[in-house]
Design a protein around this ligand. Sequence first.
Ligand code: ATP
Ligand code: MG
Length: 334
Amino acid sequence: MQKKIMLSGITATGKLTLANYIGAIKNMVKLQDDYENYIFIADLHALTLPIEPETLNQNRKNIFALFRACGIDIEKTTLFFQSDVMEHGLMNWLILTNTTIGELSRMTQFKDKSSKIKTANGMETIPTGLLMYPTLMVGDILLYNADIIPVGIDQKQHVELTRNLAIRLNNKFKTNFKIPEPYIPEVGAKIMSLVEPTKKMSKSDKNAKASIYLLDNPDEAYQKIMKAVTDSEGKIYISDEKPGIKNLLTIYSALANISLNEAEKIFANKNYAELKSQTAQLVKDLLIRIQEKYNFYINNVENESKIGAEKAQKFANINLKKLMKGLGLNNESK
Ligand code: ATP
Ligand code: MG
């Protein structure tokens, strides 16, 4: 039987965090054997908000090598840079001409990110790319006709939009795109900021203390966990009223490969310092393991990404042509 197709990407907006590892990469590595996999570094998505060319260039290479260091195997997974496959740009245009401004401006991510940069002159300061982010993502998914998309909760809405668009295009233009399913991890779907635990950990967060970066010095990462914001109650149990403690338990359980409830039991009669130091040790060990491999893979990015781009492009071109034909953009007679 033919394997189902899994697709996922990470934007090259910053340095990869522990949240990206727990919420996305760890699952991708687990799913590699069961699916035909396409994983890309979303460097076109990274242009959504202004970014220095030098920074973008560093980020994309680091992320490629980190994927390899975290266990993505290029024998099993087509790993590539989004901008190496030109089909993504054209696909975005074809998709966005089938959406409305209303539908895109209702997306939570757009509302969150645009509200942070909106000033007195309103729309003037909001980059168009922020509104179009989801259509580029819909195109990414449909280009590989993916069945399953491993994402954190923050991206679920964009996968839902993709499902709606696939159905819309199939009905209107007789394209037979598959309707993709989001795949959300049971533990670690939302890792929170270490300084403001009601906010998610994000690689684009300006405060370096809020996140553990996979390339952080392992001892400094240990200290960041030790200093994570908690509460003053002193008791360890899972509650939405205790987001700092819940976050530490979540990180611990994800890295120890146990459930959140099991982690709660382990620490039930312990103090915050113990929860912090045991979690910090797991984080430190993880970073040491990843960074050893990273130093090897960073030198192979150019060669390995070429192989990935060639494979991806063949597949993407077939699906792009399918939609172009549906829209009437072809020269063959009937
Ligand atoms: P940005 O701040 O640029 O949006 P990000 O850290 O949110 O960066 P993305 O590139 O948007 O990262 O997402 C990469 C993957 O990591 C996605 O699958 C996303 O769902 C997942 N992810 C992002 N943040 C978290 C989080 N806090 N907890 C769990 N998973 C997350
Ligand atoms: Mg994000």
